[in-house]
Design a protein around this ligand. Structure first.
Ligand SMILES: Cc1ncc(COP(=O)(O)O)c(C=O)c1O
Length: 347
């Protein structure tokens, strides 16, 4: 049974298929000495199954953000992201499913020559999102660009609702605060103080981490042997510690949760960004291939594949690094695999 959420839970619109299931992975079990395999247990929570057009972690955040958009009677939802943003695509589909239009501000190398419609971009186009292409230098002003777009919508007599990058704000963090209740349930009988388990996730804009940490704190999961660790796929530990602290403090202030998240509650495992955000190394792509072959699960190159490769790199160096077992959160990203990529080179 999922424990009831906090009494101050804000309104939510149902978009995700949840609770998601979980299972143990075969990956790493057969090709390693028995003793190491025993200590190398990875359970995976299938948040890549939260939906089809709306698969992945973004939809959990959007349940709260879109509820607010509906309450404000928004006609247009505006957000931003990288050119293959899963978040932007998910926002456009959530908007369409709820009868709203969407405007996506997307970062690309050459806005004069936008990328071909592949992967998420194809879906953005298919669902009829208005796309505004911006350069990497212009990305620094994204907050202003979002505000300008909202103003344009308002001037046309419509009602904008702005979703921040990645849906990562205090309201969006409720998605993973709620998911942590599911995880607490999932890990009953798996995690104990004598058999600790770490929930490991890909950290890209901090909202998933903030929600998981808030949930773990409010449910007192550390006492049950459950820890949370993010593997950053861009930026660094200092950046995400600050972002997560800020989101948690905002949530605490807005809903008086009393979580009091401190730096000591935040674990970011740095060192696996590799060639940079959305850039892959051959060994990361090989891990995606190997997990697909051992377990029939598709990870994506930008987030889950990179984080999973980081996870197994850490485990190879120290099998007890995350306790007795790992609960890897598969946050989706499938469509990113259909963007031009070097993965064909490792098949
Ligand atoms: C598939 C996938 N996994 C993980 C993340 C990271 O989540 P967050 O942005 O909440 O840190 C994202 C988005 O950034 C994503 O699209």
């Amino acid at each position: 049974m999922i424990e009831p959420l906090h009494e101050r839970e804000p309104p939510r619109v149902q978009l995700a298929n949840q609770p998601t299931r979980g299972h143990w992975l075969r990956y790493g079990q057969t090709d390693r000495p028995r003793e190491a395999a025993e200590r190398w247990k990875i359970w995976v929570k299938r948040d890549d199954h939260t939906g089809s057009e709306l698969l992945g972690n973004k939809v959990r955040k959007l349940e709260y953000l879109m509820a607010e958009a509906l309450a404000e009677r928004a006609t247009h939802v505006i957000t931003c992201g990288g050119e293959q943003s899963n978040h932007a695509r998910a926002t456009a589909f959530a908007a369409a499913q709820l009868g709203m239009k969407s405007l996506l501000i997307l970062r690309t190398d050459d806005p004069e020559h936008p990328p071909e419609p592949t992967g998420n971009i194809l879906l953005d186009r298919l669902v009829g999102a208005e796309l505004q292409w911006i350069s990497r230098p212009a990305w620094r002003d994204r907050t202003q660009l979002l505000a300008d777009a909202a103003e344009r919508v308002r001037r046309a007599g419509d009602r904008p609702y702005v979703v921040p990058e990645g849906g990562s704000n205090a309201l969006g963090s409720w998605g993973y605060l709620r998911a942590m209740h599911e995880l607490a349930d999932d890990l009953q009988g798996i995690a104990t103080p004598d058999h600790p388990v770490t929930v490991v996730y890909a950290c890209g804009s901090g909202g998933t981490g903030a929600g998981l940490i808030l949930g773990a704190k409010l449910l007192g999961l550390a006492k049950r042997g459950i820890r949370v660790a993010g593997i950053n796929v861009c930026d660094d530990r200092a950046y995400f510690t600050e972002v997560i602290l800020r989101i948690c403090a905002e949530a605490d202030a807005r809903w008086q949760l009393g979580a009091n998240v401190t730096e000591a509650d935040i674990e970011i495992v740095d060192g696996h960004v590799g060639r940079g955000y959305a850039k892959s190394r051959p060994e990361e792509l090989a891990t995606i291939r190997d997990v697909c072959r051992s377990d029939g699960i598709v990870l994506d190159p930008v987030y889950t594949g990179k984080a999973f490769h980081g996870l197994v790199t850490e485990l190879a160096a120290d099998p007890a690094r995350f306790g007795a077992a790992v609960a890897f959160l598969h946050t989706g990203g499938l469509f990113g695999l259909f963007a031009p990529s070097e993965i064909a080179g490792v098949l």
